[in-house]
Design a protein around this ligand. Structure first.
Ligand code: PNS
Length: 169
């Protein structure tokens, strides 16, 4: 039976930290579905379509043998329902600092209550991506800081475009 995993997140926008988790997950599973979702407790900067497109563009840059094992899909509603629909056995989440732990622990426990056979697998962020968070990337870009070490050039251009749109609106 092939091992299908879901890597869910807001990806608002996708960072080099997310890409690191994606590449490392691909060493562990047969199929990875990157699920771009809605976090009801966050207001997103990019629309779900924009976030999904950015993830697709980033995945397109992976080596072809890796790319074939990845699908990118937007979802709304509960993650456990999406996972069931996709016949996924595992949810993958990245863990950075201790501060991520409580939120992640609670979410994994709730998801497990809702769907007992669905395991959440945590990958520790690599040391070169430990500190990267989409929230700070947006904040730095908004204040004219350089975010090129944190996101791909395509995502950086998207952020600039979005900020320009905001400034003329
Ligand atoms: O990148 P994020 O914002 O930490 O991702 C959070 C996300 C989208 C994975 C989470 O909010 C989610 O699973 N949303 C779907 C709704 C859901 O299943 N909620 C119950 C969580 S216990």
């Amino acid at each position: 039976m092939s091992h299908i995993a879901i890597y869910p997140g807001s990806f608002d926008p996708i960072t080099l930290g997310h890409l690191d988790i994606i590449q490392r997950s691909l060493e562990l599973v047969d199929e990875l579905i990157i699920a771009v979702g809605v976090n009801p407790s966050k207001t997103s900067f990019f629309s779900i379509d924009e976030r999904t497109e950015m993830v697709r563009e980033s995945v397109a840059a992976l080596p072809s043998d890796k790319r074939e094992a990845v699908r990118v899909e937007a979802f709304d509603g509960l993650l456990v329902h999406f996972a069931q629909q996709k016949k996924a056995q595992t949810i993958i989440r990245g863990l950075r600092a201790v501060s991520d732990f409580e939120y992640e622990f609670q979410m994994a426990a709730m998801n497990r209550k809702l769907h007992a056979s669905l395991e959440t697998l945590f990958l520790m962020a690599s040391d070169h991506t430990q500190f990267i968070a989409s929230r700070y990337v947006k904040e730095i870009a908004r204040m004219q800081g350089d975010v090129s070490q944190f996101v791909t050039p395509a995502v950086q251009a998207r952020i600039q475009g979005k900020l320009q749109e905001e400034s003329v609106a």
